[in-house]
Design a protein around this ligand. Structure first.
Ligand code: RIB
Length: 311
């Protein structure tokens, strides 16, 4: 039986307000959307939920606002069996929210209002230190203050804990501060923004990964949507193709990749195998609407994996 990983996510929690539409309004114009969906989201929370649904024990460190969304976000973690001891409400600020717009091809455009996520400080990491030290992997994103991200990377290194950073949404990054990571996992647009190089093809991704590795980052995975992922380290690079799926909403697919990859790796699977499974887990998440609610549980995922990985 696989080892049950213990994964801590230090990151964001949002409420997603998703509108499905055929076209965008012009300035001053009012149009009808096709459908609306309200759900729990935020890159940190989504990654925590993906890891939990894949079977990990998950611990969340986050901040929510003193509005309607705050308590329900905490309840959502608890209902899913995620330890929310270090998810606290901050008074006087809103919860993080994300108005999301999805076009008929399933492609999304997201605006994040960080709200309480911006109140997650290095002192909160210290307050959660005992819990974090019990984890075998810490997962981070860029929807909380960067000083907290950099501080947590140092904390993970000092305590010998595996650390995975998803630099999303992309921001100017202090490469020295992230060089100590185990895995740096951007998508194409984040890799492009951070490296300053175009990332449109697998070959572009290889050149970009070369640059990131040369700048001191140890291991890089660039997720490429329908093109799969590129895994790169000092020993070389490997393109791991995606599985074909019928996509209706790609929102949260990157988060599904990170949470499931952390779990598969924590179970002791070889890295390339963990990436391959995470590609499928992320792809399957695009076949449903919403973020967390489109994620597969382990039984459904295993059934898909065994039918698709044969031959
Ligand atoms: O990655 C998808 C997520 O980005 C959404 O859930 C939204 O909240 C934003 O954080």
């Amino acid at each position: 039986m696989a080892k049950r990983p213990r994964i801590a996510v230090v990151g964001s929690a949002n409420v997603d307000l998703t509108t499905f539409l055929d076209q965008f309004p012009k300035p001053g114009e009012t149009i009808f959307g096709q459908k609306f969906d309200l759900g729990f989201g935020g890159k940190g929370a989504n990654q925590a939920v993906a890891a939990r649904l894949c079977g990990a024990d998950v611990f969340m460190v986050a901040r929510v606002g003193d509005d309607l969304f705050g308590p329900s976000t905490i309840k959502n973690f608890e209902n899913l069996g995620i330890d929310a001891t270090h998810v606290r409400q901050v008074s006087g600020v809103s919860s993080g929210v994300a108005p999301i717009f999805v076009d008929p091809s399933g492609q999304n455009r997201i605006i994040v209002v960080k709200g309480a996520n911006d109140e997650l400080k290095p002192a909160d990491v210290d307050a959660a230190a005992d819990m974090l030290k019990s984890a075998d992997c810490i997962v981070l994103q860029f929807e909380i203050p960067l000083e907290t991200v950099y501080y947590t990377i140092k904390f993970a290194r000092k305590n010998g804990i595996r650390c995975i950073l998803n630099p999303a949404p992309a921001q100017p990054t202090d490469i020295k501060a992230v060089a100590d990571l185990d895995y740096f996992v951007p998508n194409e647009s984040e890799a492009e923004a951070i490296s300053g190089m175009p990332v449109r093809t697998v070959d572009d991704a290889k050149q970009c990964a070369d640059k990131l590795l040369a700048s001191g980052i140890r291991r890089v995975i660039i997720t490429l949507g329908a093109n799969g992922s590129l895994l790169a380290g000092s020993e070389g690079m490997e393109h791991v193709p995606a599985f074909s799926v019928k996509s209706v909403d790609s929102t949260g697919a990157g988060d599904a990749f990170i949470g499931s990859f952390a779990t598969f790796l924590g179970e002791g699977l070889p890295e390339q195998e963990a990436v391959k499974r995470a590609n499928l887990y992320a792809g399957l998440s695009t076949t449903g609407v919403g973020t967390q609610k489109s994620f597969y549980d382990r039984a459904r995922f295993d059934a898909e994996w065994s039918s698709r990985s044969k031959g």
